[in-house]
Every structure is written in structure tokens, then in C-alpha cells.
Write a protein that binds this ligand. Structure first.
Ligand code: G3H
Length: 544
């Protein structure tokens, strides 16, 4: 059914914005956190425009200005790096040598601070990246849950590694110790959650951190900065603000970054890794591009497949690395599938993030609407049609883009190859599942796949063909990262390393072995060290 309002009418007048989501005032951040101090900032600033357009009293529609943040340069980046290097002090610094119990206490200080500032953080997620209020709230809660689970996992890891191994005339103890300085850069789509899925394990394991917030999704960290300053010794968390291309090369070229933790594009990751003068020393933990496909087989439960594919492709406007970005549907059911999919897509509410039941909201990246329109036009030129309603008027206005179901999609189209990261559902019909298997095998990406079938033989065949291609195979379900206890990885250009509550602790640490020949003399030495608690590393203390 044609929506009653045009996209333009969906943007609010100032007075239409509910008090519960209004920002009390724009957030003009004028400090940077370096070496434990919130230093005043008097240099250039970057204005922050919300993807949410607002109509002013004269009727003019403009992106809301929600604040500004420091636009640091090389000098501040170098100061931050120096602070992180000094705080680590080749592993002898206060933080890396602090007991795990004490580190956990400090993380608790941060958690409590974040909980006190939850309302501001959630509102800023909504205004900066257009996420629905409910999803922003979920992102906050999921992040707190992730931190709590990480603490639990660290206690378990610490207790397991407090044991001594007696083997082949040796006594040894293996513990996880920090790497050094970690450069953490998160993505705009889960600015808090995905950033913290690297930053928190990095800190828990005793690393010091340079933290560069995403370009869209910077201000939401302003309420957290005081928490960092309060919780950690100086130099443990340092912020780096500014244009990535101006400051990140300086950090990487210094050779002082030990771990690159980036959730972003493979292009950026490749170029940053090459800048490090000793690439063998650099450890990388990367979550990168993905073009996850769904394969809907002839014997699939259509209702279930439709429900999962709509959620998988359009939750948060398709701006998830795990989103379903291409659907392969068996020809025998494609017409039925398309009709039911369109029926569901047509029910989705397009609007502002605070509106009840809304799914499609303003897109965070300013250039994205034009890119998506180009993708749609390119698909139409190459033989696709738009199946869902509402496109006979405009497809986009400002930052809003209507969900668009494209069929039939073929290899000539941009949407067949590129990660659209937006509300487009491209559908490719197939007669033989080998077409989809070949696509995934030849794809440069390898994050996840969704298989829809009710036949164990079909499922087994495709699972076995795709195990070597992707990090996770979802059966009769959309692609997703959760639960956070599952390994989140990817193959080819989609990831390097594995993140999960437990795996992240391993990723941000390195094995340290203390070993001795099993002699009476060494036993006595060991007992003396342990009994008197003389070493923080060689200790068998357990945590409760
Ligand atoms: O953008 C990538 C996120 O890690 C996806 O997480 O699948 O739970 O939405 P999710």
C-alpha cells in the first residue's frame, strides 16, 4: 500500500520530538583524555550533524546539529601514543603488572559510571547514528552484559592458569599476559558495543589503549570519558580524535602499536598494517567486510525464511556487518517467497528512531542514500525490477531510503558484488544450489551464510561445501553475531582473529611460560616465591 505521507513529511518539526529523547543541549566536547587527564581543547573542532533532519520554525529541513568534538592532529596523537607506551612500560607499568582482581575492580568503576550515564549515552547513539531507541538501549545493555561476562571468563581463565604443570622433569606455569599498546577503532553501526568488545578485553588483559572513536558515533563516548579517567591509572586509556587519514598513519608508522583492533573495511586494514615498520610484531584483530548470503532451498519453510530474511536484511536498515546482503532463492518457490517477503517489507514502518514500531530510520552515512540509489538504478538497467510498493514516488529524501526488494538480480549488478550496507534486498533465483555455493566460494568475503531447508541431506551437503568458506553457518535462521559467547570470526577478507567473550581475552594476550627443572632446589625456590607472594606473575592466587 502506498504510504500516506511522503518521506519528507516523516522528518519532525522541533516540537514533535518527544521530551524523552531530546538532547538537553548540544554536546560540545572540549577535552581530550590523555595520560589520565581530561585536557582542555582549544583547537579546531568537527561539527556533528545528526542523520535526523529537523524542520525549523521557517519550515526549512536541515540535519540537526548535535554538538562538536576536538579535531586533533598528529601532535595530540603522538602525546596519546607516548602516554600509552609509558603506561605499559614494557610490561612493568602499574596496569600490566596489577593483579587481575584489582584490574577487575577498576573495570567495575567504569561499569558503574556508564550505568549512571546510560540515558545520555543511549540518546547520543540515537541522534548520532539514527538507531531506534529500543535498539540503542539494547546496544547499551548488551555491552554491559558483555563486560560482565568477560569478567567472569577472566576469573575462570586466571584460576585455571594458576595451576602448575609437572611434566617430563619440568615444572611450568602458563599465564596470559598483555601484548602492549592496542589501537582500538570501532565501527559506526555498533559504536559502543563493537568498540567495547575489543577495548574491554584489551584492558582486562592489562594492555594500554589508544582509542579512536568512529567518525559517526564519537559524541556518545563523551559521557564515558570521565569514567575512563576515574577508573584507570594514567595513560591506560587515551583518546585519539581527528581525521583517521591524518593521525592513524603517524601511530602505525611509529612501530609502537602492538595490536591493531579494527572493525572496519579490509581496504583500511590492509593499508594500516602495511604502515607498521615491523609487521611481524603487529598483531591484528579485525572485523571487516561481509556480503552474507541466504540460500533458500526448494524444501524451505517459506514463512520462516521470509521472517528471518526480512529481519536479517533490514534490521537497523541493513547496516550490520552480519546483515543478509544477497538472497538466493530456488526457482520453484521464488514467486511465492517474493510475494510473502514483499507483504512483510510493505508492513515496515519508515520513520524517526523514537517512533513506536519503526524499522527503517535515517541512514548514518551522509553519502549512503546516493550510493544506494545508484545501486538500485544500476540493477534496473541490468534487468531487475523493484518488487515492493512505494517506489513510484521517491525512493530517498535526505537520509531516509525506502526498503527496496530487487528481483531478479544477476552478476552484472553492483548489488550482486558489493556490500550495500543499507535497506536493499537483492534476490537471485537459482535451479541448482551449486550456483550459490560457487558464489560464496568465489566471493572475497567469508563471514557467515544462512541456509533454509527442511531436508537433512540438502543441509548436510551445503554445510560441508561451505564450512571452508565462512566462519558461521546458520540453519533456518538469519546471520548474526550473538550469542556473544559464540566465536565471531570470518574467512578471507571478512576477519582476522576470533572474538567472543572468551576468545577476545586470548586475542589480546600472549602466553607467558615460567619453567624450571624439577629439582628439590627449584621446588624450594618456587615455594618461597609463592608463600610470600613475592611475584605478581609467578603466583597461584585464585579469584572468587
Ligand atoms: O555489525 C556487526 C555486528 O557485530 C553484528 O552483530 O549480528 O548481533 O547484530 P549482530
Amino acid at each position: 500500500m502506498e504510504p500516506k505521507t511522503s518521506l519528507l513529511d516523516l522528518f519532525p518539526d522541533v516540537q514533535d520530538i518527544p521530551a524523552t529523547v531530546r538532547l538537553s543541549s548540544p554536546v560540545h566536547q572540549r577535552h581530550i583524555l590523555i595520560n589520565g587527564e581530561l585536557l582542555p581543547w582549544g583547537g579546531s573542532v568537527q561539527a556533528v550533524y545528526s542523520p535526523i533532519y529537523i524542520r525549523d520554525s521557517s519550515g526549512e529541513l536541515k540535519p540537526a546539529v548535535i554538538g562538536s568534538y576536538p579535531l586533533g592532529g598528529e601532535d595530540e596523537a603522538k602525546l596519546a601514543l607516548q602516554a600509552a607506551v609509558t603506561a605499559f612500560d614494557a610490561g612493568k607499568g602499574e596496569w600490566p603488572s596489577m593483579s587481575v582482581q584489582e584490574r577487575i575492580k577498576r573495570i567495575w568503576v567504569l561499569i558503574q559510571h556508564m550505568i549512571r550515564r546510560k540515558e545520555d549515552i543511549v540518546k547520543l547513539i540515537v541522534w548520532e547514528i539514527g538507531k531506534t531507541v529500543q535498539d540503542a538501549d539494547t546496544e547499551f545493555e548488551r555491552t554491559i552484559g558483555y563486560i560482565l561476562e568477560s569478567i567472569k571468563a577472566l576469573k575462570k581463565l586466571t584460576n585455571e592458569s594458576s595451576q602448575f604443570i609437572v611434566q617430563q622433569n619440568f615444572i611450568g606455569q602458563v599465564k596470559k599476559v598483555p601484548h602492549g599498546v592496542v589501537l582500538c577503532m570501532g565501527p559506526f553501526n555498533y559504536p559502543l558495543n563493537e568498540t567495547f568488545t575489543t577495548l574491554i578485553p584489551a584492558l582486562l588483559m592489562g594492555n594500554t589503549v589508544l582509542f579512536k572513536p568512529p567518525k559517526q558515533g564519537t559524541l556518545l563516548f563523551e559521557p564515558i570519558l570521565e569514567g575512563f579517567a576515574e577508573a584507570f591509572p594514567k595513560g591506560v586509556v587515551n583518546t585519539v580524535y581527528g581525521r583517521g587519514r591524518d593521525i592513524v598513519p603517524t601511530l602505525m608508522q611509529s612501530g609502537d602499536v602492538d595490536v591493531l583492533a579494527l572493525i572496519g573495511s579490509s581496504k583500511v586494514a590492509n593499508s594500516l598494517k602495511k604502515m607498521h615498520p615491523k609487521s611481524n610484531r603487529l598483531k591484528s584483530i579485525l572485523g571487516l567486510d561481509a556480503k552474507n548470503a541466504a540460500i533458500i532451498c526448494a524444501d524451505a519453510d517459506i514463512a520462516l525464511a521470509v521472517k528471518e530474511c526480512v529481519a536479517g536484511a533490514l534490521t537497523y536498515n541493513g547496516q550490520r556487518c552480519t546483515a543478509l546482503k544477497l538472497l538466493f532463492v530456488h526457482s520453484s518457490l521464488v514467486q511465492n517467497f517474493n510475494e510473502r517477503l514483499v507483504e512483510e517489507v510493505d508492513k515496515l514502518v519508515v520513520g524517526m528512531p523514537w517512533e513506536s514500531g519503526v524499522t527503517i530510520t535515517p541512514l548514518a552515512e551522509p553519502d549512503k542514500p546516493a550510493y544506494l540509489v545508484n545501486c538500485i538504478q544500476d540493477a534496473l538497467v541490468h534487468g531487475a525490477t523493484i518488487l515492493n510498493n512505494g517506489h513510484d514516488s521517491q525512493t530517498t529524501t535526505g537520509s531516509l531510503v525506502k526498503p527496496t526488494v530487487l528481483f531478479p538480480v544477476n552478476e552484472q549488478m553492483i548489488v550482486y558484488r558489493e556490500e550495500q550496507f543499507g535497506p536493499i534486498i537483492p534476490i537471485v533465483p537459482f535451479d541448482n544450489p551449486q550456483v550459490a555455493i560457487d558464489y560464496i566460494t568465489q566471493s572475497p568475503y567469508g563471514q557467515q551464510v544462512s541456509l533454509f531447508s527442511s531436508d537433512p541431506t540438502t543441509l548436510s551437503l551445503i554445510i560441508d561445501r561451505l564450512t571452508g568458506q565462512v566462519g558461521r553457518i546458520n540453519i533456518n535462521a538469519q546471520c548474526q553475531r550473538s550469542p556473544d559467547s559464540f566465536p565471531f570470526s570470518g574467512r578471507k577478507d571478512s576477519a582476522e582473529g576470533t572474538l567472543s567473550v572468551v576468545d577476545a581475552l586470548t586475542a589480546f594476550s600472549v602466553d607467558s611460560v615460567v619453567a624450571m627443572k624439577h629439582t628439590t632446589h627449584n621446588e624450594q625456590l618456587l615455594e618461597a616465591i609463592l608463600e610470600q607472594g613475592m611475584s605478581s606473575r609467578l603466583s597461584n592466587r585464585v579469584l572468587f
